[in-house]
Design a protein around this ligand. Structure first.
Ligand code: NAI
Ligand code: PYR
Ligand code: MG
Length: 557
């Protein structure tokens, strides 16, 4: 007779990150859950576990190793993971999110330990419902789904199935920054293939090993996803992240009236940049209606921001025609003009009359960024191009010659894509530039002034926007809700001091998100899209915020 040598499998609760408390289970809980003898005898508090985990984390060398460590913790004990994130938000946001998440995505198939999220394949469109149903969640159990097809991850391009980590990272921020209940969210990879040949030639690549499917099959897959997700989880906000420039806006425009969709790169980025611009305009003394915006990189984010700034100019008294004429777009072809045959439909409203600009360039080549800065004399220069270093000293000096307080937002991510570093922009403008960037950066010292650099990253806004949407049960994310979010974020900044940041600091993000959520919920009511009655939105938001603590009374779920 053979004697089994392996210990029996660990009881389910130890391998379920939602219920697991590890050595924080009390002796009576251990007895109740069949854990006698399966844990060392000491019982630690959550505080002690968090101290230990933090010190383990600090011993990891490099941000990618820290990201992998935290993901493993996420897979073991969700409360402990969020406790760590919440306690050290400013330090750890760059590790679980931008910029390190870019490296985690690039190395996904090699660093892979275990799956998190739902993987939907364009090769098996009939399995979408089965995949969601395998989670065992009912129609009222899901508040939020973040999906990506990973065609344009941050500014690093197409990363196929590894893009799941942007959905995971965005959701971690929703929970850490706004208390969205992590048990009520789903990250989704829409694996439509990849055009990244490095991935296709990598034997360890974990996604569909074929080129991106486009056209009718792609559209049918997206339509099927939307229909299935919204049927199975009718209350869920459907967040779209990092789709390519040909699909991001098109999906929102096509389906925005039918489904509760939010496109973060267009709408969230537009709103956080509007918030930074509202703060900057207060300092610049040029009224919003007179601002001149030059966008470098006229894709999803760039034109999404242009639309929101144009609307802000109109609210401030410009006519629609004037406001549109105060926006210039520069992309790979140079300044976009209406005679170009390769313009995207959303770029066309801002394309200039070629007659207006025909003498701007040197020779007959494209009108460059520098040519455009020289002639337009922009008051706001936005970078959403992924072109590292494109805002050269000459560009910033030329802009600074044309306006007293240049507003410069090089917001491309991650760090390898930024158009200019804030220290350079501040020095080249001799301390006059009002700067915000997408990545976290240290304050800049220049001639005795400390410049706090606000992070114009949608993470400073979308968590509160999502929370407000959920609390109100909003059936849509309206323009009014986006504006309310932008104004709420800008309203938390005091720009009176020299060098003040243009958006609130990440350290205060949880409180800031709650304030944003209240404004968004009120806007949802005002816009007639709230499905919940909100007698006291402030309390409703506080009550809705999930806290990273073990539930009292020995419950494990
Ligand atoms: N700070 C934030 O919250 C956010 C930042 N972003 C960043 O903005 C950048 C763009 O993202 P998306 O708009 O989603 O991408 P996208 O692909 O839709 O747009 C990028 C645009 O830049 C243009 N472009 C590329 N190289 C260029 C060059 N050398 N010169 C001029 N134009 C060039 C492309 O043709 C395209 O129109 C990324 O780096 C992304 O990380 C995006 C969303 C949020
Ligand atoms: C922040 C973000 O959403 C992006 O860079 O794409
Ligand atoms: Mg994005």
């Amino acid at each position: 007779m053979t004697v089994p040598r392996e210990a029996p499998a660990a009881p389910d609760v130890l391998s379920d990150p939602v219920r697991n408390r590890g050595v924080a289970f009390t002796h009576s809980e251990r007895a109740e859950l069949g854990l006698i003898g399966r844990l060392p005898s000491a019982v630690l508090t959550l505080d002690q576990q968090a101290q230990r985990a933090y010190s383990q984390l600090r011993r990891q060398t490099g941000d990618l190793a820290k990201n992998v460590y935290l993901e493993q913790l996420h897979d073991r004990n969700e409360v402990l993971y969020y406790r760590l994130l919440t306690d050290h938000l400013a330090e750890l946001l760059p590790v679980v999110y931008d910029p390190t998440v870019g490296a985690a995505i690039e190395t996904y198939s090699h660093e892979y330990r275990r799956p998190r999220g739902v993987f939907l394949s364009i090769d098996q469109p009939d399995s979408i419902a089965t995949a969601f149903e395998s989670l065992g969640l009912g129609p009222d159990d899901v508040d939020l789904i973040v999906c990506t097809d990973a065609e344009e991850i941050l500014g690093i391009g197409d990363w196929g199935v590894g893009g799941i980590q942007i959905a995971v990272g965005k959701l971690a921020v929703y929970t850490a920054a706004a208390g969205i209940d992590p048990r009520r969210v789903i990250p989704v990879s829409l694996d439509v293939g990849t055009d990244n040949e490095t991935l296709l030639n990598d034997p360890l690549y974990l996604g569909n090993r074929h080129a991106r499917v486009r056209g009718a099959a792609y559209d049918a897959f997206i339509a099927r996803y939307l229909d299935t997700a919204s049927t199975l989880f009718p209350n869920a906000l459907l967040h779209f992240e990092d789709f390519g420039p040909g699909n991001a806006r098109r999906i929102l425009v096509t389906y925005g009236d039918r489904y509760r969709i939010f496109n973060d790169d267009m709408q969230g980025t537009g709103a956080i940049t509007l918030a930074a611009a509202l703060s900057a305009v207060k300092v610049s003394t040029v009224p919003m209606r007179e601002q001149k915006l030059l966008v470098f990189g006229a894709g999803t984010a760039g034109v999404g921001i242009a639309d929101q700034l144009r609307d802000a100019m109109i609210r401030d008294g410009a006519t629609a025609e004037q406001a549109t004429a105060q926006v210039w777009l520069v992309d790979k072809q140079g300044l976009l003009t209406s005679d170009m045959t390769d313009l995207r439909d959303y770029q066309q409203p801002y394309a200039r009359d070629p007659a207006e600009v025909k003498h701007w360039g040197v020779d007959s080549g494209p009108i460059t960024l520098l040519d455009a800065v020289r002639h337009v004399k922009p008051t706001i220069l936005l970078g959403t191009s992924t072109a590292h270093g494109a805002f050269t000293r000459e560009v910033i000096e030329t802009m600074s010659a044309g306006t007293r307080r240049p507003i410069v937002f090089p917001i491309s991510n991650p760090t390898s894509r930024i158009e200019a570093m804030p220290a350079d922009v501040i020095a080249w403008s001799r301390g006059r530039a009002l700067v915000a960037v997408g990545i976290p950066v240290a304050p800049v010292e220049y001639e005795g002034v400390t410049y706090q650099i606000g992070q114009a990253n949608n993470a400073l806004l979308y968590p509160g926007l999502g929370l407000g949407t959920i609390v109100a049960g909003a059936s849509k994310v309206t323009a009014g809700m986006l504006l309310a979010a932008a104004e709420a974020v800008a309203g938390q900044v005091d720009v009176g001091m020299p060098g003040a940041a243009l958006v609130p600091p990440v350290e205060n993000l949880r409180a800031s998100s709650a304030t944003t959520a209240v404004a968004v919920a009120r806007a949802a009511v005002a816009d007639g899209v709230a499905t919940k009655t909100l007698d006291n939105p402030v309390q409703a938001v506080q009550d809705a915020m999930w806290q990273p603590v073990y539930p009292a009374g020995g419950q494990t779920s």
